[in-house]
Each structure stands twice: as C-alpha cells, then as structure tokens.
Design a protein around this ligand. Structure first.
Ligand SMILES: Cc1cc2nc3c(=O)[nH]c(=O)nc-3n(C[C@H](O)[C@H](O)[C@H](O)COP(=O)(O)O)c2cc1C
Length: 189
C-alpha cells in the first residue's frame, strides 16, 4: 500500500507543529487509500550536514544519515507540516531535506503551513527546494493563520473550511505518489 510520511517541520519546545501534524494525521487516518505515518524531526537528530560527499552521490557515511535515508526511502510521498521562520523554511527542516537525495526523488509532496501570513512564503521556498530534489509538489495547500486558526497564537482551532482543503491535498498527494511509482527504482545499498 502507498505510504505517506507526514513530516513535522519544527522541533522547537512548545511547537505548534505537533498540533497541526496531529490534525493532518487525524484526517489521514480516516482514509483507506494509503498508510500515513508521522515523521517527527525531533526523533531524527541530524547535526549540521556532516557528510563528505554531496547527497546526490548517495555515499552516506554516518549512521544518522543512513537511518534518515532509510526513513525517507520507506515512503512513497509526503505531507510537510511547516511553520514560517523569517519568511522561509525552518533550518531543521531544510537540513532534513538537504541530508539525502535519491530517497526524495519521484515522490509527491504537499504542504500544510502556518504563520502570520499562513506560512505561504515558507511554502514558496519549499516548492523550489522540492524541484531540485525531483519531487512533484501538488497544487493544493493548506495555509493556516496564526491570527484566526489559533487562539493566543498557540491553541489550535482551525476554521472548518480548511478540512476540505486538507482532504483535497491528501487526494492529490496519494494520486501523484501512486502515479510516480513506475519512476521509482530501488536505491542501491
Ligand atoms: C525563528 C522564528 C522566526 C519566525 N519568523 C516568522 C515569519 O517570518 N513569519 C511568520 O508568519 N511567523 C514567524 N514566526 C512565528 C512562527 O510562525 C510561530 O511562532 C509558529 O508557531 C512557529 O512554529 P512552531 O511553533 O511549530 O515552531 C517565527 C518564529 C520563530 C521561532
């Protein structure tokens, strides 16, 4: 069955990411068309990139890299839950994306973001990064406002209309993950 990873893009103590990812996970759990699993970056402590070779060469030397590569490789597509930090992507998420390469290729990705402007500036940057990683980014996105979808910027109360957008995003990620499967080759050990 198609496997979709829901990446929790912040590791900050007290992060909102956990609540947003749980909301995505709940909607995903109601579906029968794919298996969904949370991928918490807090559980993958990756240092500043410490591999000697560019990730596209696939010559991973460190245990933490191999473990992360195996995790990424085990999915057919992704939903990335991301806040916006300084109009861009949180460093921890960028590092996680940078660490490996082939494991991301030919997989679909959709974005659920949040911030004062819905996290949209982070997502625009993520779309550029996804292109370089040879990922297919779906059009539908969910943009949550820190002003109206959270109380006091921390209690998550998403407006009802986001549910439809989230389901459409999940539809697109599953469809494109399946459609791209002939392009995905087993990665050499
Ligand atoms: C380092 C940092 C930079 C931030 N920059 C922005 C920003 O540029 N735009 C924005 O809308 N919110 C910004 N925020 C607010 C975050 O969107 C908000 O704190 C959000 O809850 C962070 O996600 P997290 O709680 O999951 O870590 C920033 C927060 C941090 C910690």
């Amino acid at each position: 069955m198609t496997r979709i990873g829901i990446i929790v893009g912040s590791t900050r103590p007290g992060r909102n990411a956990e609540k947003v990812a749980a909301w995505v996970g709940e909607a995903a759990a109601a579906r029968q068309d794919a298996q969904f699993e949370l991928v918490d970056l807090a559980g993958h402590a990756l240092p500043h990139l410490d591999e000697a070779f560019p990730p596209a060469m696939g010559r991973y030397q460190n245990e933490h890299t191999r473990r992360w590569a195996d995790t990424v490789a085990s999915f057919d597509g992704f939903v990335i839950v991301t806040p916006e930090y300084n109009h861009s992507v949180p460093g921890v998420l960028k590092t996680a994306l940078d660490y490996v390469y082939a494991e991301w290729n030919n997989k679909a990705v959709g974005f659920v973001s949040y911030g004062s402007a819905g996290g949209t500036r982070a997502v625009e940057h993520l779309r550029q990064i996804a292109a370089e990683l040879q990922m297919a980014d779906v059009r539908q996105q969910v943009s949550l406002s820190l002003m109206t979808d959270f109380e006091n910027f921390s209690v998550f109360k998403p407006a009802e209309h986001h549910v439809g957008a989230l389901n459409a995003l999940l539809d697109q990620v599953v469809a494109w993950s399946e459609a791209l499967s002939p392009l995905r080759k087993p990665i050499a050990a």
